[in-house]
Ligand binder design. Sequence first.
Ligand code: SER
Length: 310
Amino acid sequence: MRILVTGGGGQIGTELLHVLASQGHELSVYDIARRPSAAPGSAAWHRGDVSNRSEVFDVVQELKPEVIYHLAALLSATGETLPHRAYQVNMDGTHNVLEAARTFGVRQVMFASTIAVFGPHLPDPVPNEVSLRPTTMYGITKVAGEMLGEYYDNTWGVDFRGVRFPGLISAGEPGGGTTDYALFMYVHGLRHGAYECFVGPDSTVPMMYMPDALRALVELSAAPKEKLKRHVYNIAAFSPTADEFADAVRARVPNVQLTYNADPMRQSILDSWPARVDDAAARHDWGWKAQYTLDSMSDDLIAKIKAMDE
Ligand code: SER
């Protein structure tokens, strides 16, 4: 299949490209950044800004992808620092991608949504269908992206599907998220022997290991449309406190120093998100199930970081 990945140079995109390449797809990337060394050489790289409509139209018209994975976005912490830019990239960008998909006959658009669509005071765990009242610019743009995609599907038949990702943990570099502390504990803990966490020890939000997250996108993309009762799904894996992550690292990295110094901006973003989400709808409609636990992820991730550094 011919596939276009927006934001293909980001934390999710770089790893998704490898999964899609191993399945034999013909891949192109649209990203504002240069090709990172970790991206597969087989993916054609197009540099451009997703918030620029004519550039997005040109690239979609030229490539004629069957599926677009729309991952380009500014994340929550960067979004609070640069709210206008977050609006442009996340709102205009998503509108441009959907509009290009409609105009040039792209069959399917896959969307990276997030636990940041939720605001405070929701039931625990948070069900799939619930009032969405986020407090961050990032969350607001992602709620609107979900709704816009649904509109394009219902009105124009662009097959729109998305997952609400928890915080994603990987060995690769993240880009301005509030949940990045969890992966920094592993990566910095191992490489530098120390890490000062920017949220407090009791902070708890849903988290997931990257291989599960990639599998969710690919499996949802392939699921029979008639089985899907909704367009966007909660997916869940585990929800440790920050200090439970620290314990998992301490148990595997001798003498590591993990300390806390909460940053008020990022702490308040994190505190506005739920501790747990209910993924019963994804399990029911397309057979979703996370494979990694905190322990199995910790073993795998630490081995992966060590292998990268050898
Ligand atoms: N990981 C993201 C963030 O922290 C949440 O989707 O912004």
